[in-house]
Design a protein around this ligand. Structure first.
Ligand SMILES: [Zn+2]
Length: 671
């Protein structure tokens, strides 16, 4: 009987280990989450009935007891060296020349993404994980076995039986995937705890946490990249890594074997933009001589192996000083705080400004003028302030306060209910005028070349234009009087303005700058209404009925045409000969069915992930409606933090109430 149970339990463990591997290591599951859960439940049940059958490597035993006191220290039999690294191709070529000279032949190289994580060593005995440790000083590190056991991609038991690899040490990087990082920081923020600066810090802070339960919740991952003591039968790094993957360890799948240093360079360069798409942070590429025999011949220095070098991509995050917070007035009057920084080089680009989004965000992150801050730049995005370094405060830092008046025109600024942004509502406010014109001439809109911000400012200053319609009445002789305006540039400018009169209708519609009308919405509207006059005549309901267009956009369009100033603008554009209709008469298109079509939502309380307008737009983009009051026709009430009376009413009427997390899932499944 007992042997039968033993077999049953072992069989289940094997299955669970295998599916765990398919899911966490290969990201290629072959059974559903439900089936997986059922297997685990069955194992848990059997183990509960027969506790004598529980073994430490059972998949049910990943999360252990909280540690009291500190970590035990362990020695590394083979020192954990660090990598030599460089930002310069010249040094990589120099490395290649050195390798060729010492080996007397051209070596093959393996190249793999350099994961920006926390170095960890794993010890397996008889195929079972018996110890995990940090690098420490390279010779001695902390024993963190219980924490590493919670990482689902680390096998507690190796998959295949291979005599050569049953007793091995493997090394790799523990990382916090970007997704977990965002979630963890959000939760910390909600609890008023300090944020992790980046995923690397978060991984380091987590792996040395005393409570394995917390480590498990943070969802770390581990990518294995080497075996310090290679069995005789393994000849090279590339095939060994492939083999490690087969026995259950997670290795980098984006590894390449290269025949020359030029090929290495091409591969590294191809990954520079692609690395942002990976689920974890990559800060460079590791180049290794592939042959183990050659590696042995090259040996190592006291600091690092001589057969490998890391080529590092320019950094994406630096610290610098926040010198000031200035306010920028946008096209529709939104006032955005912008950080003025002590210029700092981030990834080869000097950054001296960064966005701070809005006043609430500054308060939430407690960012003060004079603080040392972490600035991050990734891809094309505007640099962003991640957090302040509170330890570096001197007490002289100033807390930012939103002024009551527009910094440009002095009008009182306002904030509409549910919105985070403060706005200046004065339509004559100069930066707004400038930006509206800038928007009108921009590439996706009327695409008028030669009208950069400086020229626009110059034209306004000279009294030649007050708004974008004036562009069509600019005269050659007036323009020639301006500074830096020669015959040729004036001719080009006038030609570009003339050409813009015949842009597609949807571009003109976008250019006019109706609030909430992006290029996509402009296209939908232009597809539906063949001219601006038809759009003007349309009522709220007709606009609202267009698929993907909801009440926020529809309301904004109707409001736009109610304003006499805007009607004048349209008339002037028509008079100038700007095309405000489609060239082919489009009939009305049937509204397609959307996944949230016909569903009515009510929002109550504060959502942390998005503003109320954003949430409304999201619902509307999926075909749903947002109502301001609860009735029995309401399909869902979305309740954020400290919800109001709508919450109570929804409860009374039996309207389903969902929280923000559920709402996000809801949107996701509706996409
Ligand atoms: Zn203003």
């Amino acid at each position: 009987m007992n042997t039968d149970n033993f077999k049953l339990v072992e069989g289940l463990r094997k299955q669970i280990n295998y599916h765990n591997y398919r899911y966490y290591v290969l990201a290629d599951p072959v059974i559903s989450d439900y089936e997986y859960d059922m297997l685990v439940k069955e194992l848990e049940k059997l183990e509960k009935e027969h506790p004598e059958l529980i073994t430490p490597d059972s998949p049910t035993q990943r999360v252990g007891e909280k540690l009291t006191g500190g970590f035990k220290q362990v020695n590394h039999e083979i020192p954990m060296l660090s990598l030599e690294n460089t930002y310069s191709w010249e040094e990589v070529f120099e490395f290649d020349r050195r390798m060729q000279k010492e080996l007397d032949i051209k070596p093959e190289y393996t190249v793999e993404p350099k994961i920006d994580g926390f170095a960890v060593s794993l010890m397996y005995r008889n195929g079972k994980l018996i110890q995990a440790s940090t690098r420490g000083n390279g010779l001695r590190g902390d024993e963190i076995t219980n924490n590493v056991r919670t990482i689902k991609s680390v096998p507690l038991r190796l998959l295949a039986e291979d005599k050569n690899l049953m007793n091995i040490e493997v090394r790799g990087e523990v990382v916090m995937p970007k997704k977990s990082f965002e979630r963890v920081n959000k939760e910390r923020e909600a609890r008023g705890e300090s944020l992790f600066a980046n995923p690397r810090n978060a991984a380091a802070g987590t792996i040395k946490h005393l409570d394995p339960q917390i480590v498990a919740e943070r969802e770390l991952d581990m990518i294995v990249h080497s075996i310090p003591s290679v069995p005789e039968s393994y000849k090279d790094h590339y095939t060994t890594l492939k083999y490690l993957s087969k026995i259950g360890l997670k290795v980098n799948s984006d590894i390449k074997l290269c025949k020359s240093i030029e090929e290495v360079m091409d591969f590294c360069n191809s990954w520079e933009p692609k690395r942002w798409e990976l689920p974890y942070e990559v800060d460079g590429m590791v180049i290794k001589v592939n042959s183990f025999d050659q590696q042995r011949r090259l040996g190592e220095t006291t600091k690092s192996p001589r057969w490998t070098i890391a080529y590092k991509y320019p950094a994406s995050q630096e610290t610098t000083k926040l010198e000031d917070i200035i306010l920028q007035v946008g096209r529709i009057g939104t006032i955005t705080p912008v950080a003025v920084l002590t210029p700092v080089n981030i990834g080869g680009v000097t950054v001296s400004r960064a966005t701070l989004h809005n006043a609430d965000e500054i308060a939430r992150k407690d960012i003060r003028v004079g603080d040392t801050v972490f600035v991050e730049r990734s891809g094309e995005v505007i640099p962003e302030i991640i957090k302040s370094v509170i330890e570096k405060r001197t007490g002289k830092e100033k807390i930012f306060k939103m002024p009551e008046n527009c910094p440009a025109c002095g009008s009182k600024i306002v904030r509409q209910g549910g919105e985070v942004a403060w706005r200046c509502e004065n339509l004559q406010c100069l930066p707004q005028v400038q930006r509206r014109i800038g928007h009108f001439v921009s590439r996706n809109a009327m695409d008028i070349e030669g009208l950069g911000g400086k020229v626009i400012a110059q034209l306004i200053e000279a009294g030649l234009i007050k708004n974008f319609t004036d562009l069509y009445w600019l005269r050659r002789d007036e323009l020639l009087k301006l500074e830096r305006m020669a015959d040729k540039s004036v001719d080009n400018l006038l030609k570009a303005i003339e050409e813009s009169k015949n842009r597609d209708f949807f571009r003109a519609l976008f250019a006019i700058g109706i609030r909430h009308i992006g290029i996509h919405a402009a296209k939908l509207l232009a597809d539906h209404f063949p001219s601006i006059d038809k759009l003007k005549e349309a009522g709220l309901e007709e606009i609202n009925a267009i698929s993907e267009i909801g009440p926020v956009i529809a309301g904004s369009v109707v409001e736009f045409f109610e304003n006499p100033e805007n009607l004048k603008t349209i008339e002037r554009l028509k008079k100038a000969g700007v095309r405000l209709e489609s060239n082919v008469g489009t009939g009305l298109k049937p509204a397609s069915t959307k996944s949230l079509a016909g569903k009515t939502f009510v929002l109550t309380g504060n959502l942390t992930g998005f503003s109320r307008i954003e949430a409304t737009e999201l619902i509307e983009s999926l075909g749903g409606r947002v109502s301001s009051s609860v009735s029995k026709n309401t399909d869902y009430a979305v309740a954020g933090e400290s919800p109001g009376s709508k919450y109570d009413k929804a409860q009374k009427l039996g309207v389903p109430i969902i929280n923000e997390e559920e709402f996000k899932k809801f949107l996701k499944s509706a996409e």
